[in-house]
Design a protein around this ligand. Structure first.
Ligand code: F3S
Length: 373
């Protein structure tokens, strides 16, 4: 039996570790990660069922991350598919909206500037803090669920005004010409700033590159916020910026990061795009282009995007041999069931996890190397 006191204990850990009296703040929404059966396995599912049978229920609008299988296609092995469905059904019974997407900030759960929220999924936390100006620490799947039930979170970190002040300025000494440059810059930045909130200039060509940058920051680092000049609704004076530590990232660092992430030794079996999930506009932009590589292309999207695109662009999808996958993370059961051992992606975050979690060979290719841009 799990009760509210246990959940309160759990979200109080950051204070307990410092020997401080816990303080809390109300949250207006939650987003929960770690819902893939491949990730939480039997122990995670059992814990969710125990929370459900204890009578606890979610009390604030709450969405969930993607899982491991495409539900319509049932493309995982039977047992995994059954378990993945059970996880989703349990979340539904607890009161979560089964959005199964990692871009809730664009679709399904959009916070307002100044909202205090309890979100897991690092790319979503970084986007909502850095772009929208909502306030969330980087929660784990479990602390986000605890907050979704309790309606409160621990009042520390970037929930405090002083926790949102940049402590280091990071300069990019090269042009972030596309999503891969932006992703690699984010990956290096996440590592070098450690737990200091950084300030960066707006060097991004479009929203897609910015999302790839933030997703990579969350992959290599622990920070929940990057203050981006002209984007993040936090004002920082020039005088202050001149006083703080300044670091630089150059081409040498990003080339090194790229080589450390790649291990593809021969031609790929498949191309994977959409980590984080792509929005409708990003898929539409892709479908206008001709493809360059003769391999299966899978694009990971929210189910709402899949429904619209399959209806409106069925010919383009067929002609270009592009398959949309919804409900699933790029760490997808279809890679296992199709026995793909070598993949290519334009996502730095995707490359990191595909190599380390699914143990496939990975190459990083820019959109311009996959499609005829
Ligand atoms: Fe989304 Fe999975 Fe990438 S949750 S951000 S597609 S690793």
């Amino acid at each position: 039996m799990i009760d509210r006191k246990d959940l309160l204990e759990l979200i109080s850990v950051p204070f307990k570790l410092e020997g401080l009296k816990p303080r809390f703040i109300r949250v207006s929404s939650a987003h929960i990660s770690g819902i893939s059966y491949n990730n939480i396995r039997e122990e995670g599912l059992e814990l969710l069922k125990e929370i459900l049978s204890s009578g606890l229920r979610i009390t604030v609008p709450t969405t969930i991350n993607p899982g491991f299988c495409e539900l319509e296609e049932q493309d995982c092995d039977k047992e995994t598919y059954k378990k993945q469905l059970e996880i989703i059904e349990t979340f539904k019974k607890l009161g979560a909206k089964p959005t199964l997407s990692c871009i809730p900030y664009l679709l399904g759960n959009i916070p307002k500037k100044g909202d205090h929220i309890a979100w897991a999924e690092s790319n979503a936390v970084l986007y909502t803090n850095s772009v929208i100006g909502a306030w969330s620490n980087k929660e784990s799947g479990l602390t986000a669920l605890a907050s979704a039930i309790l309606g409160i979170t621990s009042f520390y970190g970037v929930h405090l005004e002083e926790g949102r002040v940049p402590k280091v300025k990071v300069n990019f000494n090269f042009e972030l010409s596309d999503e891969v440059d932006a992703g690699l810059a984010g990956f290096v930045l996440g590592k070098i700033v450690k737990d200091s909130i950084p300030f960066v200039s707006n060097s991004f060509k479009n929203r897609y590159d910015l999302i790839e940058f933030l997703a990579s920051v969350g992959t290599s680092g622990v920070i929940p916020l990057v203050v981006i000049e002209g984007i993040t609704p936090i004002s920082v004076s020039k005088d202050y910026l001149n006083q703080i530590q300044s670091l630089s990232i150059g081409e040498e660092e990003i080339n090194k990061a790229k080589s450390s992430l790649e291990n593809l030794k021969s031609e790929e079996d498949a191309i994977l795009m959409g980590c984080p999930h792509l929005s409708l506009k990003e898929v539409e932009d892709l479908l206008k282009l001709n493809r360059k590589r003769d391999k299966d292309i899978f694009i990971f999207v929210p189910k709402e995007v899949k429904a619209v695109v399959e209806k409106k662009y069925s010919k383009e999808l067929k002609d270009k041999n592009i398959k949309l996958v919804s409900d699933s993370c790029i760490l997808w059961g279809g890679i296992v069931s199709r026995n793909y051992r070598k993949v290519v992606t334009n996502s730095v975050k995707g490359a990191y996890y595909l190599r380390n979690v699914l143990k496939v060979e990975v190459g990083i290719r820019r959109k311009s190397e996959i499609m005829d841009v």
